[in-house]
Design a protein around this ligand. Structure first.
Ligand SMILES: C[S@@+](CC[C@H](N)C(=O)[O-])C[C@H]1O[C@@H](n2cnc3c(N)ncnc32)[C@H](O)[C@@H]1O
Length: 499
């Protein structure tokens, strides 16, 4: 018999009590259907609860795991629902959903699709994945570095929305709130005809034993409605506590507050960057233990030329308000694709050290390093070597911007859990950090950010800040302009946005 790993198949069966609460909510909202379908029905809790609340409907259940399906069949039979139920073994990813759904009018799709990411299935060498997985058409580096890593549930939901496009139907599923947001963003941006959407928070820790924000995600389909969704605090709530929605290309987490503050959105005059990505901390991240002596994370001490070693901040350092760096970074390249041997012509000790540790570089898992220079790193360029920068840790829930200057005359570098902008002077860094930390800016950022997300702040989001308008409202416009005028070279790098 085929085995079904719990993780690979995202197998968290819905407790019957929660299934009943879900169907109770759908019934209370006035939803009625002739056909109820569950595409990954597992042991059938949701079908069973749906049968109780919607007595005249036909029930259709699909599931890849035959044991689960047999259990579902037995439960529905013992409750007397067999005559109106059709259960079928099916792999969601290969099933012909257009054909399946074509004859089902007045349809409600319920479910709790697998809770697992594509990367997690891949990591298990699992095969429970769609064939064509690049949903947003993300290509190249973004796809490989994880921007395109999606939840299987996200793929399943978008697949269903595509199959149902333009048809009046309702989809109501339990899923991670982040998955619901991504599906909405995709549906709104790709004309998938969402008439209305709402998210009812569900306590995933209590019901599934997982610490993640989850919800009952309800989508009414058929025609395009407003690009906003109501958020409810729980399944019983009758009034939404806020709306999320699409503003421009991206979602905002509080539409009402956003609309009041939308003047702070606009052209951002700086280019935010991610820090250095190297995936070789054991070799490259060092602690200084003498004039030009360093200890790596394997505990080995070595002598290196200090010119190729930089002070190094990690996101956790910025988060913990560190004032001085704890680590140094041996930097094999100053721009992507640079030939390390050429760069280290005058640093033979460093080159020998890297060569000795070549196996650690070869063992790096991420495919971004394939067919690259053997010591390749990412996230470096001229901007990395600006003496002054404004940085923040992407790990911070509450974004806090720090003006960071050189240490012993060397520019500080950041790891890839930090974002930063290159500044032309200490004065500019100080005033820009002040503007970004001001209350109006923090309030505006909180209308855009989703607290449960892995990274609350992203580069895309930081690029949306209208720094001129923010500087004006906090009375720092003059100081900011002054700081930029003193360093005309800096003007060349700025995407022009004179207030
Ligand atoms: C989170 S569980 C939920 C089960 C059920 N819907 C419930 O609410 O209790 C996800 C279900 O999806 C099933 N599943 C996983 N991959 C599938 C696939 N490719 N095709 C169909 N079902 C799948 C799993 O076996 C599991 O029963």
């Amino acid at each position: 018999m085929k085995t079904f790993g719990k993780v690979e198949f995202g197998d968290f069966q819905t407790p019957l009590a929660l299934a009943r609460a879900v169907c109770g909510t759908l019934h209370r909202l006035g939803l009625r259907a002739d056909n109820i379908l569950e595409p990954t029905c597992g042991e059938g809790s949701l079908l069973l609860a749906a049968a109780e609340f919607f007595p005249d409907t036909k029930l259709f259940g699909f599931e890849i795991n035959e044991q689960h399906l047999a259990a579902a069949g037995a439960r529905l039979a013992s409750a007397g629902h067999s005559p109106r139920t059709r259960l079928q073994t099916a792999d969601f990813f290969t099933h012909d959903w257009e054909a399946e759904l074509a004859s089902l009018d007045n349809l409600l799709v319920i479910g709790n699709p697998p809770w697992v990411t594509q990367a997690a299935v891949g990591g298990l060498a699992g095969r429970n994945l769609p064939k064509k997985s690049n949903l947003d058409g993300l290509r190249g580096l973004a796809a490989k570095t994880g921007k395109a890593n999606f939840d299987i549930a996200e793929w399943i939901l978008i697949r269903l929305l595509r199959a149902l496009r333009g048809r009046p139907a309702t989809v109501a599923v339990l899923c991670k709130t982040a998955t619901a947001r991504k599906v909405l963003r995709h549906a709104w941006r790709n004309d998938l005809r969402v008439a209305s959407a709402s998210l009812y928070a569900v306590d995933a820790a209590a019901h599934f034993g997982v610490a993640v924000e989850a919800c009952l995600f309800i989508l009414r389909l058929g025609h395009n409605g407003r690009e906003e969704a109501d958020l409810y605090r729980d399944l019983e709530a009758v009034a939404p506590w806020r709306q999320i929605g699409l503003a421009g290309q991206d979602l905002v987490s509080d539409l009402t507050a956003y609309r009041l503050q939308s003047k702070y959105e606009g052209v951002h005059p700086y280019q935010w960057r991610s820090g250095v990505k190297h995936d070789c901390a054991s070799v490259l991240e060092l602690t200084r233990c003498g004039a030009n002596r360093y200890r790596n994370k394997l505990g080995q001490e070595t002598e290196l030329e200090t010119e190729v070693v930089y002070p190094w901040f990690k996101g956790t350092d910025l988060k913990n308000d560190a004032v001085a760096t704890r680590f140094s970074l041996l930097l094999p390249q100053t721009y992507p694709g640079e030939d390390t041997a050429v760069r280290f012509r005058d640093a033979p000790l460093a080159l020998r050290y890297l060569q000795q540790h070549q196996p650690a570089f070869a063992a790096r898992k991420s495919s971004i390093y394939l067919r690259r220079d053997r010591f390749a790193i990412f996230g470096v360029g001229d901007y990395s070597f600006a003496a002054w920068k404004v940085a923040l840790s992407a790990l911070h829930r509450q974004p806090r911007f720090v003006a960071v200057g050189p240490e012993a005359g060397r520019p500080v570098l950041f790891d890839d859990t930090c974002y930063f902008i290159a500044m032309s002077s200490q004065q500019e860094a100080t005033v820009v950090a002040q503007i970004l930390n001001s209350q109006p800016c923090q309030d505006f950022l909180s209308t855009l950010t989703f607290p449960g997300a892995k990274r609350t702040v992203t580069v895309d989001l930081l690029q949306r800040l209208n720094l001129s308008a923010l500087a004006r409202v906090v009375g720092l416009e003059k100081a900011w302009l002054e700081s930029r005028r003193q360093h005309p070279m800096a003007q060349l790098e700025l995407a022009v946005s004179e207030p």
